[in-house]
Design a protein around this ligand. Structure first.
Ligand code: 6PG
Length: 478
């Protein structure tokens, strides 16, 4: 028997295969395995010459091929398939072996699996990996959660295979049990918001400013030279510039306008609702995908519901500048909200998340990688952050684009173009910067119909008005 492999990867769809190749190319020996052995054979036929790979066809052979303590990366579809693989492998493992779930698992599942496997003497890491197929192969952003001592066993591998920015790996220990998958979930939620904001900017350019698709592609290309520089802006220019391979005109015009989703954005919003954190941009992005999917209803409604039609007559140059500002300001809000959510979760779960470190590992490799994240990292380096919106750099950036942001939203509303993420981001901003809001009325109404009580601005305690009786105010906590 040849020497045992240093690490194993099970699940050889594109992400798993590319991760295995990345690890192999960086000098580690890798045993590979897949539920259906054809995939393993295919992998070995294609890539065996790239690195020290051992193809294995059964779980027993796979486990047997690994040096102890075994380190096994599971890269399968989130949900039941992960439990299936764990159930298959766990009985074959020895105390102290480490199972590593590198898929997009929901963090409560990761918490459960961590507890269950620890009970069985095994160690478990829930690791967020972002970067798509190319990232997995060339350098992803990696968000590992679990125990520090289990992470220490794979730290060298993970930090080496991760993307590197200014010599810093886009991988750092995130926190206990579900923390790594939690942070990956919020990353994906922010990805939803970023994509939605870009899509709204595209809609405005096309239907309010009246630009052609090639002109819009060019504009995104230009924006990618400035503060908005990011992977998503870069690929937006490329997607829009693509000609239809099967006909004339831009490809975008023949892609069905129904957005799909696998659930990570929804999980982020659901969790924000649980935590009571206003996460409006991400949540609007999830809802916008849901609305887009109602194609038949939209088609019928388009024939009967009244409203303005976009006039495409705005002053283009000025409107384009405004859209750029609106996009930037809304993006600040989306990130501010995502970071607030991570802070709240960290507090609730006792994870002690280092949010500056999260910005650092998102600077490269992942889908939301952007120049912007350097600014967020700097904000956390400079001290305590209550909300990114109040950090001087972002406060000033938003203030300088404030009027443009409002003009864009006004134009969109006037012309009947829906911009839910832009609008809800501005609403959050206006709500957040207001000392005296209208919520006293909510409290008054709750007290009227349900005796839910209210607090006063000028005195301690809880109060209730005997509304239907004598209208007198009584203190309820005395
Ligand atoms: C990443 C991506 C990746 C995946 C998204 C797509 O970070 O590499 O986020 O995880 O492409 O989950 O999500 P939807 O299918 O829900 O848009």
């Amino acid at each position: 028997m040849s020497e045992k492999s240093q690490i194993g990867v099970t699940g050889l769809a594109v992400m798993g295969a590319n991760l295995a190749r990345n690890i192999g190319r960086n000098g580690w020996s890798v045993a590979v395995h897949n539920r259906s052995p054809e995939k393993t054979r295919h992998f070995m036929a294609e890539y065996a010459s790239e690195a020290d790979f051992t193809g294995t066809e059964s779980s027993e052979e796979f486990v047997e091929a690994l040096a102890r303590p075994r380190k096994i990366i599971i890269m399968v579809k989130a949900g039941a398939p992960v439990d299936g693989v764990i159930e298959e492998l766990a009985p074959l493992l020895d105390d102290g072996d480490i199972l590593i779930d590198a898929g997009n698992s929901h963090f409560p599942d990761t918490k459960r699996r961590t507890a269950e496997l620890e009970e069985r003497g095994l160690r478990f890491l829930g690791v967020g990996v972002s970067g798509g197929e190319e990232g997995a192969l060339l350098g992803p952003s990696i968000m590992p959660g679990g125990t520090r001592e289990a992470y220490a066993e794979v730290e060298e591998i993970f930090t080496k295979i991760a993307a590197q920015v200014d010599g810093t790996p886009c991988c750092t220990f995130v926190g206990p049990d579900g923390a790594g998958h939690y942070v990956k979930m919020v990353h994906n939620g922010i990805e939803y918001a970023d994509i939605q904001l870009i899509t709204e900017a595209y809609d405005l350019m096309r239907n309010v400013a009246g630009l052609t698709v090639p002109e819009i592609a060019k504009t995104f290309e230009e924006w990618n030279e400035g503060d908005l520089e990011s992977f998503l802006i870069e690929i937006t220019a490329k997607v829009l510039a693509k000609q239809d391979p099967q006909g004339d005109g831009p490809l975008i015009d023949v892609i069905v306008d129904q957005a799909e989703q696998k659930g990570t954005g929804r999980w982020t919003s659901e969790d924000a609702l649980e935590l009571g954190v206003p996460l409006t941009a991400i949540t609007e992005a999830v809802f916008a995908r849901a609305l887009s999917s109602l194609k038949d209803e939209r088609t019928a409604a388009s024939k009967i519901l009244a409203g303005p039609e976009p006039a495409k007559t705005e002053d283009r140059r000025e409107l384009l500048d405004d859209i750029q500002h609106a996009l930037y300001a809304s993006k600040v809000v989306a990130y501010a909200q995502g970071f607030q959510q991570m802070a709240a979760a960290s507090e609730k779960e006792g994870w002690d998340l280092d949010l500056g470190a999260m910005a650092t590992i998102w600077r490269g490799g992942c889908i939301i990688r952007a120049r912007f994240l350097d600014r967020i990292k700097e904000a956390y380096d400079d001290g305590e952050v209550v909300n990114l919106l109040t950090v001087p750099y972002f406060r000033d950036a938003v203030a300088s684009g404030d009027a443009a942001w409002r003009r864009v939203i006004n134009a969109a509303v006037d012309q009947g173009v829906a911009v839910p993420a832009f609008t809800s981001s501005l609403a959050y901003y206006d709500g957040y910067r207001r000392e005296h809001g209208p919520a006293g009325l909510i409290q008054g109404l709750r007290d009227y119909f349900g005796a839910h009580t209210y607090r006063r601005t000028d005195a301690e305690g809880s109060y209730h008005v005997r509304w239907p009786q004598d209208g007198a105010e009584v203190r309820t906590d005395a």
